[in-house]
Design a binder for this molecule. Structure first.
Ligand code: GDP
Length: 448
């Protein structure tokens, strides 16, 4: 196994930078580069100890530094590890890294330290992926979700599910070997109940993934409504910028404009679309079809209505089409003589685009709409790789359950249940192809 090294801190000037060296020769390599102030023998340092000293290139002093030593298997990677902490200048850090390479270390690839931690059994694959999510987390929720996976709660749920499937497989296997006596867990009703519980748990892990995405990446929010209702104004006012075109001529917002807005712990990914309405104008029509597409993919729809005009039949029809979606109606322009807001099956927020008070009302509605997510606190799969595997496992369970209903011989269930168990094991990184491991860690940053 090669000894690898990389700068683990960002490629930017800072107070301190850290170069991590991991592998069988980590401490020997550090000893060639780092000169301890007290003259001690670096190669004899115990794990979890530090030394203060300096780093020189030949006779040229580069920096003061602190060396921390970890001994296998008690390190992040599970290997001997040496971490050099120096002043956080980009140039000085790179010079020290070059010395480390010259002393025998190889450049670490993206995510290679975490990959080694996984391969050395220090982390499961979901825990390794969660490390990256902790780094990427931009808010409290994203961090909490990642922590649930990193501290092993996701893995625990996954193992409990796998164990239930493996238990059933063991019973099937026993029965297939000795067909005279059918174990009680293979009674069709018991088996059906068992499968349906397993399915429900899997489904919940996947359903919370959707929430997890909202927390990690933001709430895809689209502003819809008739031309001139005030969508661009609302967007500008939420973003505090002049990004959208604000105009009195209906239909000038032809392209979708996107902005990120952070509100408390939520991030809104706001899209302002062309006003939806039947139109003969071809350029505008492109914007309208785009608006409908955006709405289909949105997590939240702000439906803006001009309160001085009131709700048109067209608005009512569109709102009906959105009845199963998360919608908040913005009853806008209430500073003008306004039609009273009607009763609607959505929260209706009375507002006037340029007022602070209106912003507060919208934020309060947002918190109400997404409060369930805020307090969920349950583990979920973390990314598309894991989600696809769990969906595949569900489809195998469904096939087995259907077969059971139709009275197929029990031994035919074996393959589907085995395949379902394999998908779950792959989520945790068991029996996983090398290419999959490579693909997962290639998304990490160098130095982690
Ligand atoms: P869009 O077509 O839905 O994007 O509408 P715009 O944001 O372009 O707004 C259309 C017109 O309504 C512009 O002249 C805005 O200044 C005006 N407007 C938007 N919101 C308000 C509001 O709350 N009060 C008043 N009085 N005018 C508004």
């Amino acid at each position: 196994m090669e000894t690898i090294a990389a700068i683990s801190t960002p490629n930017a000037p800072g107070g301190i930078a850290m170069i991590r060296i991991s592998g069988p020769d980590a401490v020997q390599i550090a000893a060639k580069v780092f000169r301890p102030a007290n003259g001690q023998d670096i190669t004899r340092m115990h794990g979890y100890t530090c030394a203060y000293g300096s780093i020189s290139d030949g006779e040229t002093l580069l920096d003061d530094a602190v060396l921390t030593v970890f001994r296998a298997p008690h390190s992040f990677t599970g290997e001997d590890t040496a971490e050099i902490t120096c002043h956080g200048g980009i140039y000085v850090t790179k010079r020290i890294l070059q010395l480390v390479f010259a002393a025998g270390a190889m450049p670490a690839g993206a995510g290679e330290f975490t990959k080694r931690a996984f391969l050395n059994g220090k982390l499961s694959l979901t825990q390794a992926e969660a490390v990256m999510d902790v780094i990427r987390a931009e808010g409290e929720f994203a961090l909490r979700q990642a922590t649930l996976a990193r501290d092993g709660r996701l893995g625990k749920e996954m193992r409990a599910l796998t164990d239930r499937l493996v238990g059933t497989l063991a019973a099937l296997s026993y029965w297939m070997d000795d067909a005279e006596e059918c174990p009680p867990e293979l009674d069709p009703d018991t088996l059906q109940r068992n499968l349906s519980q397993i399915r429900e748990q899997m489904f919940s892990l996947s359903a919370h993934y959707q929430n997890g995405r909202i927390l990690r990446e933001g709430i895809r929010t689209v502003l819809l409504g008739l031309p001139n209702a005030g969508k661009s104004s609302v967007m500008n006012w939420l973003c505090g910028s002049e990004r959208s075109i604000v105009t009195e001529i209906p239909g000038t917002t032809r392209d979708v404009v996107r902005e990120y807005v952070k509100i408390d712990d939520f991030t809104l990914i706001l899209s302002d679309t062309a006003g939806i309405r039947e139109t003969g104008n071809q350029i505008e029509a492109i914007g309208i079809s785009q608006a409908k597409r955006e709405a289909e993919q949105a997590d939240l729809i702000f439906y803006v209505v001009d309160a001085s005009v009131g709700l048109s039949d067209y608005d009512r029809e569109l709102l009906e089409q959105l009845s199963d979606r998360a919608v908040a109606v913005l009853w806008n322009k209430t500073d003008l003589p306004a039609v009273p807001a009607p009763e609607l099956p959505f929260p209706v927020i009375q507002c006037a685009a340029p007022s602070e008070r209106s912003t507060e009302k919208i934020f309060a509605a947002l918190n109400r709409l997404f409060s369930e997510i805020r307090f969920a606190g349950v583990p979920s799969v973390l990314n598309e790789r894991q989600n696809q595997l769990i969906l595949r496992a569900i489809s195998y369970i469904d096939r087995a359950a259907d077969g059971l209903k139709q009275g197929i011989p029990l031994d035919l269930l074996y393959t589907d249940l085995e395949l379902a168990a394999k998908q779950l094991q792959e989520i945790e990184g068991e029996h996983i192809a090398d290419e999959t491991v490579e693909a997962v860690f290639s998304q990490f940053c160098v130095g982690k």
